[in-house]
Design a protein around this ligand. Structure first.
Ligand code: SAH
Length: 411
């Protein structure tokens, strides 16, 4: 029978006998597990030689002697000679030291597991009898995929001494546009503080029922939870030892106030990290086939919050034919933006596209021009969330030959 023990090899001595390719892989693994390695071999393969400089490795350049066992907690033998390996395994058995015997057909008192780490979870896969490394690795890899996608219930059941906050970007909407890191952190979270944008509805329904979900979502003109209260909430839960995910639509650092939340956590001494995500500034135009920088058409893009006053920088970007202007949160302020631009002498014929609900089933694109867009948006009943793109890349026929685009310009 085989049992998988969670050994602590940190700073413990592992004896590795043999200098071939198998030893090289195992030495790397033991080092990764924190062990010190005593290597005994008259000759080394290049792969083992490359490991000699690693901290914690010492080499006895000769054949094995029983004195080499002294001080070793675990032994790994792969000399390439089954008789020698078996003799070393027998010696270990007498000394009650666990031994992995890598020779075919003859196994020691221990065997390697196929191992994976994710966050603070370690999973090892072993066979009951015999060794089938390919199968073990396959099982390990499948589990690894589930782990990294956050599809296993790995949430810690005991509060940690110190909690943490992760500012997690959820992307523009679909769950499969989230990063695997975002999914994993959500699966590990005790508390999720969320906005309404992005993939929140779909991923929140997958959480354990006892995960605390706090909706602090904001809509334009309606700010249910003030920013300093959100900051205080994040800090309070993390201080109580909880893992807090602050889930945001798009990228946390693009008009997401992620910087303020990070600064507040840092000031409170809370460990905090950011997980990036596709920002709607790029991903929403792209969903409508608009490349914000298209070679020969636009060589830069300017991203602006449409709620504020129209700045000189934005007017200069609008005036520059080689710059694409991308407006977030811009539906209500569109008439003001257009008015400023036209009064500033920007041609009324400049192309404008409005992409509503990008990357969702409700996605809709309105193609217009600076001169006509206010009326067109009103007629179409454009609503948030929407991204407004101004510049030649917003032309309906940009990626299609003109004759094909005729009649499809509204799409
Ligand atoms: N941090 C976010 C932006 C937050 S500001 C990001 O990087 O994407 C909110 C604005 O993002 C909305 O007003 C809208 O302009 C835009 N937005 C976000 N998701 C969108 C979507 N799926 N479709 C269209 N616009 C979207």
């Amino acid at each position: 029978m085989t049992s998988v023990l969670g050994l602590s090899l940190t700073d413990r001595l592992v004896l590795v006998v043999g200098g071939g390719a198998v030893s090289a892989r195992r030495i790397s693994r033991f080092l990764a597990d924190g062990a010190r390695v005593r290597l005994v071999a008259p000759e080394l393969s290049p792969a083992v030689r490359a490991l000699l400089d690693a901290p914690g490795v010492t080499w006895r350049s000769r054949r094995f002697r029983s004195a080499d066992l002294r001080g070793a907690w675990v032994v790994h033998t792969a000399t390439g000679d089954p008789v020698t390996d078996r003799a070393i395994a027998a010696l270990c058995e007498r000394r009650r030291t666990f031994c992995v015997n890598a020779s075919d057909g003859a196994h020691g008192t221990a065997r390697m597991t196929a191992q994976i780490r994710s966050g603070d979870v370690v999973i090892g896969v072993a066979g009951e009898v015999g060794v089938d490394p390919t199968r073990a690795a396959r099982v390990r890899d499948e589990i690894g995929t589930l782990l990294t996608e956050g599809r296993l219930p790995v949430r810690a059941r005991r509060a940690a001494a110190v909690g943490r906050v992760d500012l997690v970007g959820g992307g523009p909407g679909p769950v499969d546009l989230m990063t695997v890191r975002a999914r994993r952190l959500l699966a590990e979270a005790d508390v999720v503080v969320t906005d309404r944008l992005g993939p929140s509805a779909a991923v929140l329904s997958e959480l354990d029922p006892d995960v605390l979900v706090i909706d602090v979502g904001k809509r334009p003109g309606d700010h249910p939870v003030p920013q300093d209260e959100i900051n205080a909430l994040l800090i309070a839960h993390a201080t109580a030892g909880r893992r807090v995910v602050r889930l945001k639509g798009g990228d946390p650092f693009v008009f997401g106030r992620g910087g303020e939340e990070m600064a507040a956590c840092l000031a409170a001494g809370i460990p905090v990290d950011v997980v990036p995500a596709p920002s709607s500034a790029v991903a929403v135009p792209q969903a409508a086939g608009i490349p914000v920088t298209h070679r020969g058409v636009a060589s830069a893009f300017h991203v602006v919050n449409g709620q504020g006053p129209v700045s000189d920088t934005t007017l200069r970007a609008l005036a520059d034919e080689t710059v694409t202007t991308v407006v977030l949160m811009g539906v209500a302020g569109l008439p003001r933006l257009v008015d400023s631009a036209l009064r500033h002498g920007i041609p009324a014929a400049r192309a404008v596209a409005i992409v509503e609900n990008g990357h969702t089933a409700a996605q809709r694109t309105i193609r217009s021009t600076l001169g006509a867009v206010v009326a067109d948006a009103a007629a179409a009943g454009v609503r948030n969330p929407a991204v407004i793109v101004i510049g030649d890349v917003a032309r309906a026929d940009l990626l299609l030959p003109r004759q094909v685009a005729v009649g499809g310009a509204a799409g």
